[in-house]
Design a protein around this ligand. Sequence first.
Ligand code: SAM
Length: 336
Amino acid sequence: MMQMRDALGRPLHDLRISVTDRCNFRCVYCMPREAFGRDFAFLDRAQLLTFEEIARLARIFVAHGVEKIRLTGGEPMLRRNLESLIAMLASIDGLRDLAMTTNGVLLTREKARALAGAGLKRISISLDSLDDATFKASTDSTFSVDDVLRAIDVAADAGLAPVKVDAVLKRGMNDDGIIPLARRFRGTGHIVRFIEYMDVGNTNAWRMNEVVPGREVVATIAKEWPLEPVEPAYFGEVAERWRYVDGAGEVGIITSVTQPFCGSCTRARLSAAGELFTCLFASNGRDLRTLIRAGASDEEISNVIGSVWRTRDDRYSELRTEVTRAHKVEMSHIGG
Ligand code: SAM
């Protein structure tokens, strides 16, 4: 197969699929309750891609070179019978990796086993703080840190290890929790990754001075436990990896604001409504759902995906200035 490249020479390797725009959290930096309250018009069922539609599109993406798929949202576990979608995706020839990002609170032991049994290979679980008050404030929810810690355990027990534990840092909100998070997961085999707060969407009132630079995170941890860099596992790996010199495992930083990695971005994103986005910070996506529902053949859909990718020239994070651009798609819609 000829490797397809975009206008800046980047191949297509990863597909993130949002399976719902709904979430059971209202994280202040993602879905603030003022903007995503009772009156917010979430997608209705008919607007969501069905599992069959998702699997059909995924197969076409894999034929275009996609090797990794990650399910996300909104909160992907709000979609019922997710394991049946996992099973459909896991059976696609040529797909090498199948992962999911979740807040974990709906992940029971049975569900974790069902997902792993259906073919889910890896899981990232978001956890911004080990302090209950901070966690409740940042997620604006009534769930507790223990709900998430339990999810991390059952995921690992089900074979979804190493579990990635993702923490978004926002200055003044939870940046005093770096050491506690590092300490809690050192030596467990799980990998904490600290994510820079990004200006996704239009509702979080992002300010550059609220970003905690990844460099600072590494320096903070290294003062307590010396760290050394780990070579990236593959081209386009998002997290910069660091290893504890004493052998207690790894941590990562995701520095999309202070050290953007657009040059190696190989990701396409499919929204829950079936739009194809070529950047997390895009304003518009290409509507594939209408195409599918109008009876388009695989070849026609494949051609559209090919032409969207070949003309892709997004590199928002490299162009970002102190001031964020307006009218970006919301992360809960496009999938984080
Ligand atoms: N609900 C799932 C979860 O909590 O992991 C999946 C979707 S969520 C949008 C995916 C990830 O994006 C989470 O780790 C979340 O913290 C992160 N995220 C959301 N808004 C962000 C922002 N403004 N900057 C950085 N990361 C963000």
